[in-house]
Design a protein around this ligand. Structure first.
Ligand code: F6P
Length: 549
């Protein structure tokens, strides 16, 4: 057994879980009139209600003990201070520096990186202002209207999520497109909507070696030069965002059009860096800075608030509680805000690429669960598809509900209906419906005894299913910054408790390597490596049907 499982705080939680196993949240609310006040907190208009969780005062205290035992306080300092906590890649982890105010000092290898951070932010402001006011133009002299981000994973999901979330703040003159997939359909369908004379391609890649991104960038360049009939057009229509300045210049991108970032920014934590350029172009640099300020407000909170009033810490520890003591294998993110439609997909990379690990910081296989699968859809759509399983399925699936108090699109009673659904779902998950309550309903409906007996088991809801609710005034740049940083720090908290490195991603390498080996074979070149019978069968089927061999 690992040290973690043996540790006093873990053992205390294990024992406590057995003891509270029979308790019910209904009862907890009934016997504690201040439960909501006790288990909720606010920061700058963001409310976290975590009272509908399977916790008592004792659980909460024990979870905080586990956080303390993990040395969380010192890990937080180490991250913010730029120590190389990403040990397998020997890198600092400093996405927080990207949203620190001008004048802050953050050192990496003895150098204050804030000068570079603000130099790039100034470059972004200069560039985005020029695109937005039409003074920067394409090869034929027309202002840009179509912004195409070519990138994948962390070089796409954050900007895509934020551009969709902040549409009410977006320029009416600019259209944003996001091309990620190596499937040519992604870029081919984009070409149908854009005009080469008014298109700006942003090639976003931390490494500038990612197969999908380079293939799409090559195809975009070929399309542009064919359409405009001039190789020189590339210089005006392409910019790059990367840490690999050698590769961007090899691709032919004018060094003045390269926005730099640094190896201490992880891909999935990079929307605050130049990777956020599509966001800055779309919502303007002033709004982008509000997004950064929201992230910074959460950083300050995470760093300074005591554990018992610390939002990311509480959310992280609740996830540990369910993943490790209730065997919950997945959790749902349910935004009751259509503008947050891409938030679950963004969190999938953030959480699962960060904490989907099976080896601890000392290189030992762990003997406890790590990251839960993250999934979700905007409410109310999800209610008519998978909520059945949340309410009456056999798995316990904790859920985060997110909702704005005011809509950007007030219209009739829509928003009241939306919120009533959101609140009702958390209530229903917590309360459930007992056999006695179902029985009483049937009696009131004057159902026959026979029908009553037959239907009753199907109508019972076990309840006692946990959820958090995050309410915010309105989805604006500052709020989105806070929400995003909240989940980043929640991921960090979990990683510290599980003693894993949340900032590497070796698990994505193997498939990439094999795809690299397989490509020539798919192209009909001689086989270099033997495969298993299944893989051989698939390759042979392709070659035969496409008459390549
Ligand atoms: O394959 C995973 C990954 O390395 C992610 O971590 C990253 O966000 C994505 O690929 C894109 O990488 P890059 O920005 O280097 O193209």
């Amino acid at each position: 057994m690992s040290n973690l499982i043996h540790s006093p705080a873990w053992q205390a939680l294990s024992a406590h879980k057995t003891a509270i196993g029979k308790q019910n949240m209904r009862e907890m609310f009934r016997t504690d009139p201040v439960r909501f006040d006790k288990f909720s907190l606010q920061l700058d208009g963001l409310l976290l209600d975590y009272s509908k969780n399977l916790i008592t005062d004792e659980t909460f205290a024990l979870l905080l003990d586990l956080a303390r035992q993990s040395g969380l306080g010192s890990w937080i300092m180490r991250m913010f201070n730029g120590e190389e906590i990403n040990t397998s890649e020997q890198r600092a982890v400093l996405h927080t520096a990207l949203r620190a105010p001008r004048g802050a000092k953050v050192f990496v290898d003895g150098k204050n990186v804030m000068h570079d951070v603000h130099r790039v932010l100034d470059h972004m402001r200069h560039f985005s202002d020029a695109v937005r006011n039409g003074s920067l133009r394409g090869h034929t002299g027309k202002p840009f209207r179509d912004i195409v981000n070519i990138g994948i994973g962390g070089s796409a999901l954050g900007p895509l999520m934020a551009c969709k979330a902040l549409k009410p703040y977006g320029s009416e003159r600019l259209n944003t497109y996001f091309v990620s997939n190596v499937d040519a359909t992604d870029i081919a369908e984009t070409f149908k909507h854009i005009d080469p004379e008014t298109t700006l391609f942003i090639v976003s890649s931390k490494t500038f070696t990612t197969q999908e991104t380079i293939a799409n960038a090559d195809s975009a360049r070929a399309w542009l030069t064919k359409q405009l009939g001039d190789e020189a057009s590339v210089a005006k229509h392409f910019v790059a965002i990367s840490t690999n300045l050698t590769a961007t210049s090899k691709f032919g991108i004018n060094p003045d059009n390269v926005f730099e970032f640094w190896d201490w920014v992880g891909g999935r934590y990079s929307l605050w860096s130049a990777i956020g350029l599509p966001i800055a172009l779309y919502i303007g640099m002033d709004n982008f800075e509000k997004l950064l300020a929201g992230g910074y407000a959460m950083d300050k909170h995470f760093r300074e608030e005591p554990f018992e009033r610390n939002m990311p810490l509480i959310m992280g520890m609740l996830s540990v509680w369910y993943a490790n003591f209730f065997d919950a294998a997945s959790y749902a993110v349910l935004p009751y805000d259509q503008y947050l439609q891409h938030f679950p997909a963004y969190l999938q990379q953030l959480e699962m690429e960060s904490n989907g690990k099976r080896v601890d910081r000392d290189g030992h296989a762990v003997d406890y669960a790590t990251q839960m699968v993250v999934w979700g859809e905007p409410g109310t759509n999800g209610q008519h598809s998978f909520y059945q399983l949340l309410h009456q399925g056999t798995h316990m699936i904790p859920a985060d509900f997110l909702a704005p108090l005011a809509s950007h699109n007030p219209m009739g009673e829509h928003h009241a209906m939306l919120l009533s659904n959101c609140f009702a779902q958390t209530e229903a998950l917590m309360l459930g419906k007992t056999a006695e309550e179902v029985h009483a309903e049937f009696v009131a409906q004057e159902l026959s005894d026979e029908a009553l007996e037959a239907l009753l088991p199907y109508k019972v809801f076990p309840g006692n299913r946990p959820s958090n609710t995050l309410l915010f005034d309105k989805l604006d740049p500052h709020t989105l910054g806070m929400l995003t940083a909240l989940y980043e720090h929640k991921v960090f908290v979990q990683g510290v408790v599980w003693n894993i490195n949340s900032f590497d991603q070796w698990g994505v390498e193997f498939g990439k390597q094999l795809a690299g080996k397989l490509l020539p074979e798919i192209q009909g070149k001689p086989r270099i490596s033997p495969h298993d019978a299944s893989t051989n069968g698939l390759i042979n089927r392709y070659l035969k049907v496409r008459r390549i061999q």
